[in-house]
Each structure stands twice: as C-alpha cells, then as structure tokens.
Write a protein that binds this ligand. Structure first.
Ligand code: ATP
Length: 501
C-alpha cells in the first residue's frame, strides 16, 4: 500500500488537508477535515471509554499545554530533549543524523559520466559501487558534524519578550500527570495501583518531519501514567514488571480489536544502549506503515524517575502512603504512550481495500463500525418523489440523534454506495417506492427500508420503526448475518435498489 494513495484519498474525501494550503502549506502540520475529525474523535472516544471509563483503576485529566517552565527543567526536556542534527553545506537541508542512512539518496555517478540517480536507502550505487557520503537530498554537499537541537517550541508568556518570560509548548502530555499526581491522589482517594490518562496536543520542532501525518510538529497523544508500588508483588513478580507486561498485552489487543491485523503489528524491545537512562524497560508497538515498520506507540517502565525529579525541583513530597505495609513509597510508573495521528494513519492503511465487483474497481475503507466517521447514509432511490425524500430526511434526523448519519441524493444509487464505501460507512439505508407506496394508485407502502452492508454488499429489509434498535445492535458489534437472517431482503430484481446485483 502506497502512502500517496492515502494522502490523495484523504484530501479528496475530506479526511486530512495540508494546513494553510492556499498559502502554499506550512511545514509538516495538517488539518483534519469533516470526516477526519469524526475519525479522530472516534479513536479518542473509544480509547477513553476502554482505558478510563471502563476501568475502576483509571481516572483522567485535561491539563494545560503551557506549563511552568520548571517542569521541563525537572523532566530533563530542557537539557536532553534534543536530536543530533546535520546540515548540508550546499543545499542547506537539515536532517536528523540518525535518519540520514534511512533515506534514499541522490547520486551523480562517476561511472556513467555523472548521471543522476536516486538510490534506495542504505544501498550502494549499482554502477560504481559507491556508498553515500554526501547530502542525500542534493547529492553534492558535505554534511556538517552532528549538533544537538532542542525539539521544544519556545514562546513567551505575558506582554514582555524577555528571558524571564520564556516558556514552552509541551512536547508530551505525560508531565502533567506527574505534576498533578498528588492533586489526583488526594482528591480521588485512590489506592495503588492506579493510572491517570490524558489525551491532548503536543508540539515538537522535529528536524525531519514528514511521511504525511506520521511525524508532524503538532500532534495529539493519548498517554497513561500507571502508578504501582515497586515493593508489591503480583503473581510472584515485582508489580511494575507485571503491570508493564499487562499494558503491552492490553494495548496490542486494543489495536487488533479495532481493525489492525496481527501480521501488521509487532513488538520491539528497546536495546540496552537505546533505553532512556531512567527507563527499566521499554517496548514499542510497531505497525507496518506504508513507509515500513515504525513505532505506533511506546510502553515504558519509567521507574520512580519522574516523581522523584518533580519532588526534588518543586520541594513537594510526591509519595504514597501504603496503609497495609505502613510505608511511604515513591511509585514506579508504567507509561503506555500512543499517538492519535499515527493510530489514525494505521487504522486507515489497514482498512483500505481495492476490490473488483462485477468488473469494476471498488475502493472500500473497512473501518470497524466504532471508528467509521459516518455510521449510516440514508439514500432516496428516487429524488423526484417528494414522499420518498421526506421519508429519507425523517429517518436521517431520527438516527442522527445517536450517530453521525448523512443524507445524499446527488447521484444514482450505485455511485452513492461507492462513495460511502470509499469513506468506510458501514451501512446505507435506501428508501424506495415500496417504502412509501403509491397514493395515486392507491397502493400502501410497507414502511420498510433496505439496509445494505458495506463489507458483504448484502441487503436486509427492515421496518422503519425498528431501525434504531437494529443499528444499536449492529454498531455494537452484532454480526450482519444475524441481522440479514432476521430481516431477509426479497430476492433482488434485475434493477433492484442495490444497483450492484
Ligand atoms: P519517534 O521515535 O517516532 O520520534 P518517540 O519515541 O519520540 O517517537 P514518544 O515520545 O514515545 O515518541 O511519544 C509517544 C507517541 O507519540 C509515539 O509513539 C507516537 O505515536 C506519537 N508521536 C511522537 N512524536 C510524534 C510526531 N512528531 N508526530 C506524530 N506523532 C508523534
């Protein structure tokens, strides 16, 4: 699957637009369009529901993006949140030093009179055998030695632009959970183990952003800090190790439950030399993105580093009193940290299918119903019949009290189905002559509509009065077969409402 296909579908169908496009865009920030915002909200909603709402050991917060700058001193971001960067002396392009070898490179080959080639990442030139030494972008300039570059966006708080007013846009949501640890603990009367979750914007002045919404300078994270007593044992193991494994399993299962296929997911254990100095163990969940295997989320055992640092710099004690053991402890923390935008990209890539239906290409996003931006499209079979159109509008309005439901009459039915397939709408409802009857001929309608299932393209004929209950079941995960058996559609005529039989 090619990233360009997703980028173009995203723009054409209102998922993701380049930010400030009419001004030529801006460096690696993107805007979510009408369908993108629904998809993104659905991802955050189910994450919150499954990991916060449904669990007795979790609570949430929503903290500010601007924090006291001391937070970033204590967390280590001011001193260490840096990437080594190299510059090309010729084209002035800037790269992350550790990304240079993973890029295709431009080469003027001496063995072919200086012809220009673009050579795949890490490979030598097939003609002269040389490996890359110069800038991969222009193929001409030397690269500078690596220099450290802080990724935090600086800004000023208040009316005066002076050093004392410098503050930062948060580069991660996690720190707010640590600095609010005691507020949450006291106000909610929690007992270890418990977790604090937050979803929100983060900002990183990435040196080499790119690959669509995979790496951007403004993005959203869904993070959990799960606090455990390091002296406790669960199933005979230290509690922090037990809970780390539990979170890895739960997060893997969560992505699969909502559509990512197992063969596109894998775990990657951080090597000793790549572990952050405070981390006991870190495991990434990697996804096979269109750009190759890359991090979807990270799950780290951060020990007691963060709480200890904030206690030291703030002078406030950030401990927990264990009633049973009669001891004060600084909890260890397990941090499952996911990116909303990367999750969205993975869900889209995995859902994308090109199928052949009766000799024609059908593009379909097979989103899990919980993720689908539009749950139901209501389509009138004849837009010239006022009674059919009115019935369709009424059905849309009724269903839209519960779900995102749209009405569309701007094309023939076959085309309308294809449009909904392409944006992943799991069900279409068609209102036809049989539904409303024909008053001129004295024929009564049956007050039933056709539901068409996106994945099987099969149909069922359901009383309008039961639509709400039927969609509640279907969107809650009831199998289509069960519904089509309960409400069988009459055998399709040659030109039945499906437009695809
Ligand atoms: P990477 O190694 O890709 O730069 P990271 O290890 O620095 O990521 P974390 O700090 O662990 O990332 O952040 C947790 C999650 O936030 C990542 O797994 C990713 O999903 C998301 N994320 C981090 N940086 C970005 C970014 N620049 N754009 C989009 N998502 C991001």
């Amino acid at each position: 699957m090619n990233m360009d296909v997703l980028v173009s579908l995203s723009k054409r169908r209102g998922f993701v637009f380049q930010s400030s496009e009419i001004y030529g865009g801006t460096g690696s920030v993107w805007d979510y369009g009408p369908l993108g915002v629904e998809l993104k909200n659905n991802i955050k909603r189910i994450w919150w529901r499954d990991f916060v709402q449904a669990r007795p050991d979790m609570v949430g917060i929503d903290a500010s993006i601007l924090m006291n700058p001391m937070v970033w001193k204590a967390s280590g971001h001011l001193d260490h949140f840096t990437d080594p960067m190299v510059d090309c002396r010729e084209c002035k392009y800037r790269f992350r030093a550790d990304h240079v070898d993973a890029m295709p490179w431009v080469h003027y080959c001496p063995a072919t009179k200086g012809n220009k080639f673009t050579i795949p990442a890490g490979e030598p030139c097939g003609h002269c055998g040389q490996r890359r030494t110069l800038c991969p972008n222009c193929g001409k300039g030397e690269l500078t030695a690596p220099r450290q570059f802080n990724l935090m966006f600086k800004t000023f708080m208040g009316p005066v632009e002076e050093d004392a007013a410098v503050t930062y846009l948060r580069p991660e949501t996690a720190q707010a959970m640590f600095v609010n640890f005691d507020n949450v603990l006291q106000s909610m009367r929690l007992k270890l183990p418990f977790g604090i979750a937050q979803a929100g914007r983060s900002f990183r002045n990435e040196i080499t952003p790119g690959n669509f919404i995979f790496r951007t300078r403004e993005f959203e994270q869904m993070e959990i800090e799960f606090f455990v007593n390091p002296n406790a044992r669960v199933d005979g193991r230290p509690a922090d190790e037990y809970w780390h494994d539990r979170w890895i399993e739960d997060c893997m299962a969560w992505f699969q439950r909502y559509g990512l296929s197992a063969e596109n997911l894998r775990l990657r254990e951080h090597e000793r030399d790549e572990l952050a100095h405070y981390a006991k163990r870190t495991v990434d969940i990697e996804y096979r993105f269109p750009i190759g295997w890359s991090e979807l989320m990270g799950i780290a055992n951060r020990t007691d580093f963060d709480l200890k640092q904030h206690a030291k710099w703030s002078g406030k004690s950030l401990t927990y009193f264990d009633e049973e053991r009669k001891e004060h402890v600084v909890p260890f923390v397990v941090e499952p940290a996911a990116g909303v935008d990367r999750a969205l990209l993975a869900f889209m890539a995995d859902a994308y299918r090109e199928e052949e239906v009766r000799g024609e290409k059908r593009v379909v996003l097979k989103f899990h119903p919980e993720l689908a931006p539009i749950k139901v499209a209501v389509l009138p079979l004849l837009k010239k019949r006022d009674d059919i159109v009115a019935a369709a509008h009424a059905i849309r309005a009724d269903l839209a009290r519960h779900w995102r439901v749209v009405y569309d009459d701007t094309a023939a039915i076959g085309r309308l189905y294809r449009r909904q397939d392409e944006v992943g709408t799991p069900y279409c409802v068609t209102v036809d002559v049989q539904t409303v009857g024909d008053s001129e001929r004295g024929e009564a309608g049956d007050s039933r509509v056709t539901i068409r299932d996106r994945d099987s393209m099969e149909q069922a004929r359901v009383p309008i009065a039961e639509l709400g209950a039927v969609f509640r079941e279907l969107l809650d995960g009831a199998p289509w077969r069960q519904m089509s058996a309960r409400y069988p559609a009459p055998p399709a005529k040659a030109s039945g409402p499906s437009g695809e039989r």
